[in-house]
Design a protein around this ligand. Sequence first.
Ligand SMILES: *[C@@H]1O[C@H](CO)[C@@H](O)[C@H](O)[C@H]1NC(C)=O
Ligand SMILES: *[C@@H]1O[C@H](CO)[C@@H](O)[C@H](O)[C@H]1NC(C)=O
Length: 469
Amino acid sequence: MALILQTLVCVFVFLYTPAQTAYCHGKPDLNAKQNLNPVFHGETRFVRQVKNGKLYVAGEAQDAFNVVHLWGTPYEMGYAHGSLVKDEAFRFIQSVWTYMEQQVVLAINGSVHIFKPWFLKEVADKGLDVALDAEIDVTRPFTGEYFFQEAKGLADATGLDYKMILRIHMIGELTKGDCSMVGAWGSAVKQPGSLLQLRALDWNTDGPFKDFPQVTVYHPSDPKYGHAFANIGWTGWFGSITGFNSKQMAISEIGVSFPDASFGSESRFGIPFTYILRDVLQFDSSLSDAMHRMKNAHRTCDLILGVGDAKVKTTLRTFAIVVLVYLVSYCKVQDSWQNPQFSLAFKILRVWGPNFYTDTDMEPEASWHPKVKDIVYYGMDWLCPGFSEVLARQLTKHHGNLSPDVVIRDVVSIEQSGSLHIAVYDLSNNQVYIANARGTYESGPLDAFDRTFVQLNTTALFEVQPPQV
Ligand SMILES: *[C@@H]1O[C@H](CO)[C@@H](O)[C@H](O)[C@H]1NC(C)=O
Ligand SMILES: *[C@@H]1O[C@H](CO)[C@@H](O)[C@H](O)[C@H]1NC(C)=O
């Protein structure tokens, strides 16, 4: 049985060799406007507490979002999360499930194109829940045990189905998103010695995500569960898409739909990217830890990941973001080492990445992706001239003057990236600026890049004391 599974694995991998080079055709509106909304600098406001959990609200009116603090073991944190924002978590998980069901129907009849083709085929053959459970099974060996415990805690506190919680956490791996990222330091930034990082998430603003924005701050009770970190995401969601940790590090991510020949074939047998990003935030203390983790990970889909670390400095510059091309490789499962055929496949496959890039060796090399001193950037995809050149133009125009305000006013808004949410991390100053898409019952512009940003003091967040209940 195990042998049959392995055979399938490698056949699968070889079937999915990269397509011919193609380019994304999108580009921002030529009349894109600056974002002139004043940033909200106010304090977060305490709302309520439960055992191991405290709820605050950041921002005001339509741009407000929950800030949930959790303490204890992974199970206790999941339980506290579910107790503190029970109704929202329940509605969020249910709505994501319904949304996935609807989208799958539309995708199978060809009216939407958000899912990866192999996944759709499986859904058509076996149904959505079976296809997702298969995905959970193949990624389980690469998933931290804490993840399952947290899901259990959340299920126990809310009455949600444990399996449904796990299933909806696969959505990041199975859908395609475009996004942008920037790391800027040294001569590029206004404040000497500072490190700025951008994470702009372009994902479905028609789905339920926009109605449940939340920052979740984890304060683990024991070092074996890692150090303090925060996810920028949604209520009841605990994979990492966007976030930062108490070691002055932050993450960015872009899904790649338009790779070039330097990318390998995608595989589904490995660690979902939302889990590896969470491992970076939760367990890594430095950029080199994160690079080591990514190098050794069983990677799955084509991605560009960015990690910033404000602690890394050299005499010449504050060194910063490294972009990792999360090239796919492994088809190894458990005992495939015993089988020479699979070892061979493994050896051929492993030559694909990851590649780490900084400002001086950034790829792809193209006129629409010029190198800019002390900046690493990617606009929407790997091969995406329309967005990349606008991003490059704005970064060059404001080179030497980049600050969170300038990135918000003149960079993301003009590149028009970050429809669902945006984080501008001012890592050296321990601040983060967050905007979210317009919710169903809100007014104003739809996209996060046109809305009001809320500033959070990350030092203050990590200093919040546990509840006395
Ligand atoms: C796909 O299904 C949806 C919902 O059932 C329907 O509205 C739409 O017309 C269908 N599109 C095609 C191309 O069949
Ligand atoms: C952030 O919070 C810390 C700890 O509460 C405080 O010392 C610091 O002055 C704050 N920074 C800003 C810019 O408000």
